[in-house]
Unconditional design. Structure first.
Length: 583
């Protein structure tokens, strides 16, 4: 018998739970029972695919094992069709190696059985393998330079934007020539460096960042952030050259590096590392860091460089958090609080209605105003609450075909929960003119975006990066962008839920984040009438500037919510109001 929606939801919850704590024997049995059906197996693979979005995988014993996994998965005829069980185990501290003989045996009668071996060892190993298998084809070579040395190459990435120094664009599976500078404008990319047995490592680069593979095999961090998991033995070390000096990373260690114009940091999450600083003014020639320690070096014009020790933090690095980080549990108390504020539009994403194209029912007071599904969003379950995930694995959006409002508004509020997947420029929600322009674009009267560092959009190049941006303007008006944009004073947090309200109140344009005013300005322009609501991209018929992340509980009002209402809603969701930022 095929599992029903409750069974599939239970399977998702058990797989997610296994990432943080051990499952009981009865839970493992229940997960296996559901996963043995065709629908359950596909659901498990989908969840693993989501978990692979840069979850930790330091438990891989060596790149040799990674290559064995790649070889098995490249031989799978159709990764979308699996009709047998998935064995979900408890999460050990260190995965037992999967023997090549076991892997080879999975190629025979049942191609899907690789999951049984990998997940039984450690679900995160399966996650990494699935991510890479989706990117590799049978024609992709595994580049080697010698018998033991693997040429540096990308093994996985999000929808990255690269600034290439020549006509080539970095691609998964292709070797990276020594001396080449990889400039990642936007996204997260995983790269394998070193050799098979001793000094191998997996590096996650977080855009915007620039790295270089030196002729001597060393990795150079020129700018930005990265995390590195060394896979060699404890006695081996791998060198990363940074602005402040050379960092020697011990085998079986995990570190994070940050480098910008003024501040450089070295974090050691596990294992140890040595920093050999270039600045001779430091009291010691070597700075040793062990697990949970970090060091920050400030560059000043007056006093030279200053060094501060502090606690290492994975929260400073996007790629150190899984996509399931920070669950959002919305209950009846929150729903009642929002409905008490009488939204005209209220989209909850709990279930789909109708036939293709499916839609999300509007639980607000306005008739019609449903959210039509565009593409194939992913659904993620947090307890009893389901949220929409767009722009990550597949392009998707939500679109209201009916227009709103009936007349221009001096007051309105757009309220929602948003969890960006990474730092990028993406459209969370916008209100656009229904009529299409000749070039396929649409004019906007309101936009709520996440932004990154702008290299290509000149008019935004001077704006602060990684901020929520709230645009409010009159359709067709020739206003300077500086008169219509609000950028939050603080950066947004990837893979963390944030409560955002964009509102107009008379002549004030206000952006709220987690219950505090993040930015405001004077803007007397009213909201234009008869526009359409679009979530997840900037134009309804284009994937341009798509948002990558999770969204939930979208509510739109024809008035300005009061500060008391905004904070009441946050508390009703079991969340805390953000501390007020000092001016």
């Amino acid at each position: 018998m095929a599992p029903d929606n409750d069974d599939l939801s239970m399977l998702r919850n058990l797989i997610l739970k296994s990432q943080d704590e051990e499952l009981s024997e009865s839970e493992i049995e229940q997960a296996n029972r559901i996963a043995r059906s065709q629908a359950g197996s596909k659901e498990a693979v989908a969840v693993i695919d989501q978990l692979c979005a840069f979850s930790e995988f330091s438990s891989l014993d060596s790149p040799v094992l990674a290559k064995e996994v790649f070889d098995v998965l490249r031989d799978q005829p159709d990764p979308q069709v699996r009709d047998a069980g998935v064995s979900v185990s408890t999460r050990p501290q260190k995965a037992e190696p999967v023997k090549p003989s076991t892997l080879s045996s999975t190629r025979s009668s049942n191609n899907h059985l690789w999951i049984l071996s990998l997940v039984a060892s450690n679900i995160l190993v399966a996650s990494l393998a699935w991510s890479l298998a989706g990117s590799l084809s049978k024609d992709t070579p595994v580049a080697k330079t010698t018998e033991h040395t693997v040429s540096p190459q990308l093994v996985s990435m999000t929808a990255c934007v690269w600034r290439s120094s020549d006509d080539s664009v970095p691609a998964i599976g292709r070797p990276i020539p020594t001396g080449e500078v990889l400039s990642l404008v936007e996204g997260i990319a995983e790269m394998r460096v070193g050799d098979d047995g001793t000094r191998g490592a997996v590096v996650r680069i977080e855009g915007p960042a620039s790295v270089q593979i030196r002729d001597n095999g060393e990795l150079g961090l020129l700018h930005g952030s990265l995390t590195l998991d060394s896979l060699g033995s404890d006695s081996d070390s791998l060198v990363v050259d940074t602005v402040i000096g050379r960092v020697l990373v011990a085998g079986q260690s995990s570190i994070g590096l940050v480098s910008d114009d003024l501040v450089n940091e070295v974090h050691v999450f596990t294992g140890s590392a040595l920093l050999n600083p270039r600045d001779v003014t430091f009291e010691t020639e070597q700075i040793r860091l062990v697990e949970s320690e970090a060091v920050r070096v400030y560059s000043t014009t007056d006093t030279g460089s200053q060094l501060v020790r502090f606690s290492a933090s994975k929260a400073n690095f996007v790629s150190a958090r899984s996509a399931g980080f920070d669950p959002l549990e919305i209950g009846e108390e929150y729903v009642e609080a929002v409905k008490l504020s009488d939204p005209g539009v209220y989209w909850r994403f709990e279930q789909l209605h109708g036939e293709s194209p499916f839609y999300i029912d509007n639980e607000g007071s306005l008739p019609g105003m449903n959210a039509v599904v565009v593409g194939n969003p992913t659904w993620r379950q947090y307890g009893k609450n389901r949220v929409a995930e767009v722009g990550t694995a597949r392009a998707s959006a939500f679109h209201a075909l009916e227009t709103w409002p009936e007349e221009p508004l001096d007051e309105y509020s757009v309220e929602l929960w948003v969890k960006p997947q990474l730092y990028h420029h993406g459209e969370v929600l916008c209100l656009h003119q229904k009529e299409e322009l000749e070039d396929g674009r649409h004019q906007h009267t309101m936009m709520l975006e996440v932004t990154a560092k702008h290299y290509f959009t000149h008019r935004l190049s001077e704006s602060a990066p990684n901020r929520f941006r709230f645009v409010h303007r009159e359709l067709g008006a020739t206003q300077p962008i500086s008169d219509t944009s609000l950028f939050a004073e603080e950066t947004y947090e990837p893979r963390v839920w944030q409560h955002v309200v964009a509102q107009k109140k008379g002549n004030r344009q206000i952006l709220w984040v987690d219950g505090q005013i993040a930015a405001e300005r004077i803007n007397a322009v009213p909201l234009s009438e008869h526009v359409q609501i679009l979530v997840g991209r900037v134009y309804p018929n284009s994937e341009y500037r798509r948002f990558a992340g999770q969204i939930d509980e979208i509510a739109i009002y024809d008035r300005a919510l009061s500060p008391e209402e905004i904070r009441k809603h946050i508390r009703a969701a079991g969340r805390k109001i953000a501390p007020k930022q000092a001016k």
